[in-house]
Design a protein around this ligand. Structure first.
Ligand code: BGC
Length: 697
């Protein structure tokens, strides 16, 4: 019998998530009893951070020994604990390329465990702002341009991490332009907001019981997110049933006193600037603020401390930090995240034979390139560079390194040149204007948004010079998101996207180059042919209209073909889909599809399910991802992949009266290995009451 694999096994993903095991009635009683014993001053203490600077990477909030209330101890971030040294995992954009929810759950668990070992109890991650444009400076911190893909990865991370610590998905919401993040207004109508920018936040709250949420710096429709009652209360609490606390983003995330508190901002971080005793008492005395609001927000702040028994922390042994298992996991993720984009005449995998001469070119080959140095920075005690990884992997071939300013005259004597090129924290990342001076000086530079998706000139010229002189050229790109490659792509034979691959990245790159690992990563963002293929992108904008179109949705709508489509990635083997079977199952569909490895190497691929609507009452984009599953197959092996497609995922958001609606129309389900290459399709029609399959033809 053919083995069956579930694309998303909810039970396995949520196993051990402490947030899902809370006895809410009991917690509510305890919190209320506690609050009855608290003075106003004690409540106020619970709604703010304790000091501007972290102490050993920990940001404290609240806590009162006399009442037995522990403080929150918050630690960044999305690719590992930012406290002392810790395992530096590949960035979230890389992990997203694995499309592997089980793996992402394990990464969440590992980071959560290390945060707990550092004495932290809240992990300030994951970053789940939709990648509206790949030029966003913090693109590397988030998972995807697609909300369905983002939601699945985020839920897996949160449930994994919440085996050990509380999580704080961020930044709520629509924080997707960096340089103007403190002022800009993301202007989004209800439909696009609910269908694109919020669904993944909803999933981490409703499915994975995320314990807290960090509000965003920016404004949404003119109102700062940190004082947005619709976001922080009506949607988050009233609609989604959130029981945790909302903390502000740091410093400029809290813009007011009464307005923010009333809107539902529970904790000002990292220290009181707007929630000072003076301002609070002034507001209470003037009648602008009711004590009830402080009571309510303190209750939100205390709730998870009680629910998670933070007064009885289990601090794991410090030995878990950068332990062998976590280092091995970082390598596994890096290997699975690398995307093979071009492999002309099967230049890859490279030969490791006696007599083969390989030139490894470019300063980045010899650089520990872990990504952003803003709040997601992780200090690693060791980093394997691509050059070190290649040197360790190669047994027989001869490897010679050429720095970027070497004399390349002899490159033609080598069998192949491997150029490592791309971006660093200087080109993209968190942008802190006051730190701009540091940019001049070096290490603390923060890159901000990318005005262009093309490589910096030095990197482009490097690739072009090497390609002109080499017999054959393979480019390994590092960076946090899409890069325009068109001007030099035809001059190279091989291309790998390696992202910021974490501390073990060099080993992973070498394993893929030499075929020890078969590449299986798929793009979580489409790579356009040129900047102007995507929407207008102005990194100085202060007002940004958001609609239903960005990424592959935008390209589809304009009939444009990406250089590399969303979900695209090659392998050293080949996969095929068999006959799909789709049947109704509960309030949705069960999709079964056989997947076979018909090539000559073991490997993995990602089956993607997209849905298109015809005859809808409202405008629909051409197609949307609504399911995916990663399968690992031996040569000649076939497995049956099982995906669930819920009716809820087919609904559109009807702005008036603000409800999800399942439209009576035809839904075509298409399966394939990337957004631009979909094979089998089946159509089902919903008539408003019942579903029936549409006859073929
Ligand atoms: C970032 C957050 C981060 C916080 C604390 C802010 O500037 O936007 O993502 O968690 O700093 O470091």
């Amino acid at each position: 019998m053919t083995k069956r694999i579930r694309a998303f096994d909810a039970e396995a993903i949520h196993a051990g998530n402490k947030g899902l095991a809370i006895d809410h009635d009991a917690v509510a009683r305890t919190v209320d009893e506690l609050l009855d014993r608290m003075t106003l001053a004690q409540k106020i203490h619970e709604i703010r951070g304790c000091q501007a600077e972290s102490i050993d990477g920990l940001y404290y909030a609240g806590g009162d020994e006399s009442l037995g209330i522990p403080p929150y101890r918050m630690v960044d971030g999305p690719r590992g604990a930012r406290a002392g040294t810790a395992t530096a995992f590949p960035v979230a954009a890389a992990r997203a390329a694995t499309f592997d929810v089980e793996l992402e759950r394990r990464v969440g668990m590992a980071i959560g465990l290390e945060v707990a070992a550092k004495g932290g109890n809240v992990l300030l991650a994951p970053t789940i702002n939709l990648l509206r444009h790949p030029g966003w400076g913090r693109a590397q911190e988030t998972y995807s341009e697609d909300p369905f893909h983002m939601g699945a990865m985020a839920v897996a991370f949160v449930s994994g991490a919440q085996n050990h610590v509380l999580t704080s998905p961020k930044h709520f919401a629509a924080n997707n332009l960096e340089n103007t993040r403190f002022e800009l207004s993301a202007n989004i109508e209800a439909r696009a907001l609910h269908e694109l920018y919020l669904p993944h936040f909803k999933r981490v709250v409703t499915e994975a019981a995320a314990a807290s949420v960090m509000s965003a710096y920016n404004r949404l429709n003119g109102v700062y997110c940190g004082e947005h009652p619709e976001l922080l209360t009506r949607i988050l609490r009233d609609d989604w049933g959130f029981t945790g606390f909302v903390e502000s983003d740091w410093f400029l995330g809290t813009r007011s006193t009464s307005t923010a508190l009333i809107a539902g901002l529970d904790i000002e971080m990292p220290a009181p600037y707007r929630f000072t005793d003076e301002l609070l008492h002034e507001a209470l005395e003037s009648g602008e603020l009711d004590e009830e609001i402080i009571h309510r927000n303190a209750r939100h702040a205390l709730y998870q401390k009680i629910a998670w028994r933070l007064d009885q922390p289990e601090t794991p042994d410090a030995g878990v930090v950068e332990c062998a298992a976590h280092v091995a996991l970082a390598r596994e993720v890096a290997e699975k995240s690398i995307v093979l984009l071009k492999n002309e005449a099967e230049i890859l995998p490279l030969d490791d034979r006696n007599g083969v001469r390989i030139a490894v070119v470019g300063d980045l080959a010899d650089t520990a390139n872990l990504g952003d140095r803003g709040s997601s920075f992780v200090t690693s005690s060791e980093v394997t560079t691509p050059l070190a990884g290649i040197s360790a992997c190669v047994k027989r071939a001869e490897v010679e390194f050429f720095s970027s300013d070497s004399d390349f005259a002899t490159l033609g004597e080598f069998d192949v040149s491997v150029v490592v090129a791309g971006l660093t924290y200087r080109d993209e990342g968190e942008f802190i204007p006051t730190a701009q001076e540091e940019a001049e000086g070096g290490d603390l530079a923060r890159g901000g948004d990318r005005a262009t998706l093309c490589l910096p000139d030095s990197q482009r010229q490097l690739i072009e010079r090497v390609a002109a002189l080499s017999t054959r050229t393979v480019v390994v790109l590092e960076g946090g998101s899409a890069i325009v490659v068109q001007d030099w792509l035809s001059r190279v034979e091989g291309l790998l996207m390696a992202w910021y691959p974490g501390r073990e990245g060099g080993h992973a790159i070498a394993d893929v180059l030499f075929g020890v690992a078969n590449p299986s990563g798929k793009l979580p963002v489409c790579f356009p042919t040129a900047d102007n293929q995507l929407m207008d992108w102005d990194i100085t904008a202060l007002d940004v209209p958001h609609d239903l179109l960005h990424g592959y949705r935008y390209l589809d709508h304009h009939g444009r073909t990406a250089e590399f489509a969303f979900g695209f990635g090659l392998s050293y083997t080949r996969f095929e889909l068999g006959d799909v079977s789709i049947s109704r199952s509960g309030a949705g569909f069960r999709v079964l599809v056989p997947v076979s490895n018909v090539g000559s190497r073991a490997g993995a691929s990602v089956v993607q399910l997209y849905v298109s609507c015809t005859g809808s009452a409202v405008t629909r984009v051409d197609k949307e991802l609504k399911g995916f599953g990663r399968v690992e197959l031996e040569v000649g092996e076939t497995v049956e992949l099982e995906m669930e497609l819920a009716d809820n995922d087919l609904c559109y958001f009807d702005a008036e009266p603000g409800q999800w609606r399942l439209d009576a129309c035809a839904y075509t389900i298409r399966l394939g290995f990337s957004a631009d290459h979909l094979g089998t399709s089946t159509t089902w029609v919903f008539d408003g009451t019942d579903w029936c399959p549409s006859p073929p033809g």
